[in-house]
Design a binder for this molecule. Structure first.
Ligand code: ZN
Length: 533
C-alpha cells in the first residue's frame, strides 16, 4: 500500500524569486489553474504584504476559480514589539482569505539576534502567539522553520525549541527548511533523525539547490518520515533554485511507491513542465531529469541497439509514465540500429542488413563532419535518405542566385533584393524580389518562381530561423549552420544548411524546406491513387 505525500507547490512565491522570471496576475492565475489540474495539494500564491496591497489581488481573484488544491498565503511571524492582534503582517495574511497560511519563523540564533534584532525568548513568544492568533482565526497553519538546518548546527537546543513553540501555538505541520541550500544529505539525515524524535507533529521538507542536492535532500527527508514536500516545478527559484518537483514527484511515485499527484496525473508532468517554461518565458531545460526532451533520447549506437531489444536496458523508467517519449537521435555516433528506426518511419520494413542503411549512414556521417546536424532537421534527413534511395528526385534545380543589401548612412532603413534563377522540368524561371533582409528576399524570389508551377508552395510559412556559428577559430571563415522550421497547416518540419556563408547556408535550408513540401505532396498524390485502386 502506498501512502500519500503532500505536494506543496511554491512556484508562484519562491519560484517567482528566480532571476529573469516575473509573472503577471493573469500568468499566476493560469499557472494556479494548471497546478490544480495536475493534482498538487497546496498552491502557495504569494506574500500578501501590507506595503504592497497589489499582492492581495491574486488571492481575491483565485477564489473565483474554485480550485480543489489549498491556496496558501505566505508570511512571517509578528514584529517583536507588536501584539498579534495589532500586527499588520498578520492582519494582511488574514485578509488574503485563504484557509491555509504558511507562516515562517526564525530558527537560527544568528538571525534572531543579528537580523531580527530581538532576544531568543522573545522570538519563541513571537512564533507561538503568531501561530495561535491565526489558528484562533480559523486558519490551518503550515509552519516553515526558516534556516532550520543552519540553526540546528549553531544551536540544536534552540532550533528544536522554535519548533516546539509552533507546535504549542497549534500549527498543523512543521516544515524543516534548508533556506540557504547548503546542507548535504548526510548532515540532513542526522539532523532529521534527532529532530523527529523531539516533536509530536508531522514534518515536511523545504530544500533549496545551492549544493545541487535539493532533490536528493527532499527524497531523503521523505524516506525519514516527512509527509510534505515543498518545492517548485522546473526547480525555479532564488539563486540556484528550489528542489525540483518535476524530479521529486516521479521518484516518489515510481520508485518509493508513494502517492503524490497520482499516476494518472503523472503522465501530464512533462506537458506541465513545458507549459510553465512557456509562461515563464524561459527555454525548457532539455537535460532535466524525467521531463527534459533529452531524458529518453538515445544517441550512442550500442545504446540504441540495446533499447530496441529491451527498453529498460538503458532507461530507468518508462518515458510515457511522465508524459515523455523515447527518441532515437541521428548522429555520427549512431550505428545501424538508429538508422533503421529512423528510416522505418518512411520506409516500413527496412532491414538492418539492407545496403541502403549503410549508404545513408555513411552520408549522414560525412555531412555531420561538415557541420550538419539532423536532430532538429528531420525534413533534411528524410530528403537525404530518399535521394540516396532514389525515391525523391529534386523537382527544381538552382542555377544561380544573387542577393544585394543596400544601406544608406542617413536612413535607418535597409533594402535587400534577391535575384534567383531556377530550372523546373527544363524551363528556366528568373525572378526578383525584395525583403526585410537578404534571406527574406531570397525566400520570396524562390517562391515567386516555384509558385507558378507548384501552387501548394503558398501554404508553406517559416516558423523559426536559427543561426549557429560552428567554429570561431578560423575567424570569418567559421562555418555557419542555419536551422529552419517550416509549416503548412498540416505538418511542421525542420531543415538545415551549412556553409561558410550565412546566405548560402540559409539558401540550402530554404531550398530543402520547399523540396520537403513538394516531396510530401507528391507522396500524398501517390497514396491517394493507390487507395483509389
Ligand atoms: Zn525557500
Amino acid at each position: 500500500m502506498s501512502d500519500t505525500i503532500q505536494i506543496y507547490d511554491s512556484t508562484l512565491r519562491d519560484g517567482a524569486q528566480a532571476e529573469g522570471i516575473a509573472y503577471s496576475l493573469e500568468d499566476k492565475l493560469l499557472i494556479a489553474r494548471r497546478l490544480d489540474e495536475l493534482g498538487v495539494h497546496y498552491i502557495e500564491g504569494g506574500w500578501p504584504n501590507p506595503t504592497n496591497p497589489k499582492d492581495l489581488a491574486f488571492f481575491q481573484e483565485v477564489v473565483k476559480l474554485d480550485l480543489g488544491a489549498r491556496v496558501t498565503a505566505f508570511g512571517s511571524t509578528r514584529r517583536p514589539q507588536r501584539r498579534p492582534e495589532e500586527d499588520e503582517i498578520l492582519a494582511t495574511l488574514l485578509k488574503a482569505g485563504t484557509r491555509s497560511i504558511a507562516l515562517f519563523g526564525k530558527s537560527w540564533t544568528l538571525h534572531v539576534e543579528e537580523v531580527l534584532r530581538t532576544t531568543l525568548p522573545r522570538n519563541l513568544e513571537m512564533i507561538e502567539d503568531s501561530v495561535a492568533f491565526l489558528v484562533e482565526n480559523g486558519r490551518e497553519v503550515v509552519y516553515d522553520a526558516e534556516h532550520f538546518f543552519d540553526g540546528y548546527k549553531a544551536d540544536p537546543v534552540y532550533a528544536i525549541e522554535t519548533l516546539l513553540a509552533a507546535q504549542r501555538g497549534g500549527a498543523q505541520i512543521l516544515v524543516l527548511c534548508d533556506t540557504n541550500g547548503g546542507i548535504l544529505p548526510g548532515e540532513l539525515s542526522r539532523i532529521v533523525e534527532i529532530t523527529r524524535e523531539k516533536i509530536q507533529l508531522p514534518f515536511g521538507i523545504h530544500a533549496h539547490n545551492d549544493s545541487g542536492v535539493g532533490v536528493a535532500n527532499s527524497i531523503l527527508a521523505v524516506e525519514l518520515g516527512a509527509v510534505q514536500v515543498q518545492g517548485t516545478f522546473n526547480g525555479y527559484g532564488e539563486r540556484c533554485g528550489n528542489a525540483n518537483l518535476c524530479s521529486i514527484i516521479p521518484s516518489l511515485e515510481l520508485k518509493l511507491n508513494k502517492r503524490a499527484i497520482g499516476r494518472e496525473n503523472l503522465a501530464q508532468l512533462m506537458s506541465f513542465s513545458r507549459f510553465l517554461s512557456e509562461v515563464a518565458n524561459v527555454a525548457h531545460d532539455h537535460r532535466q531529469a524525467y521531463v527534459g526532451e533529452s531524458a529518453f533520447a538515445h544517441k550512442g549506437g550500442a545504446h540504441v541497439d540495446g533499447v530496441m531489444k529491451v527498453a529498460h536496458s538503458f532507461e530507468h523508467v518508462e518515458p510515457e509514465s511522465v508524459g515523455n517519449e523515447r527518441r532515437f537521435l541521428v548522429s555520427d555516433q549512431s550505428g545501424g540500429g538508429t538508422m533503421v528506426s529512423k528510416l522505418s518511419r518512411f520506409c516500413p520494413g527496412i532491414d538492418k542488413k539492407d545496403p541502403l542503411v549503410g549508404q545513408v549512414l555513411a552520408q549522414v556521417k560525412q555531412k555531420e563532419h561538415q557541420g550538419y546536424q539532423y536532430e532538429a532537421a528531420e525534413g533534411s534527413f528524410e530528403l537525404l535518405a530518399r535521394r540516396a534511395m532514389g525515391t525523391y528526385e529534386d523537382l527544381f534545380k538552382l542555377l544561380n542566385f544573387r542577393a544585394i543589401i543596400r544601406k544608406s548612412g542617413q536612413v535607418a532603413e535597409e533594402v535587400a533584393e534577391a535575384i534567383v534563377k531556377v530550372e523546373v522540368d527544363g524551363r528556366i524561371y528568373h525572378t526578383v524580389a525584395e525583403g526585410d533582409g537578404p534571406v527574406n528576399a531570397l525566400d520570396r524570389a524562390l517562391r515567386k518562381a516555384l509558385e507558378q508551377v507548384f501552387p501548394s508552395i503558398r501554404q508553406v510559412h517559416l516558423e523559426d530561423y536559427k543561426v549557429r556559428v560552428l567554429s570561431s577559430s578560423d575567424g570569418t571563415a567559421a562555418q555557419v549552420r542555419v536551422l529552419i522550421e517550416s509549416a503548412d497547416g498540416r505538418d511542421v518540419w525542420g531543415t538545415v544548411g551549412v556553409s561558410e556563408n550565412i546566405i548560402e547556408a540559409s539558401w540550402i535550408a530554404l531550398a530543402d524546406s520547399l523540396h520537403f513540401k513538394l516531396m510530401k505532396d507528391a507522396i500524398q498524390v501517390v497514396e491517394a491513387q493507390e487507395e483509389a485502386i
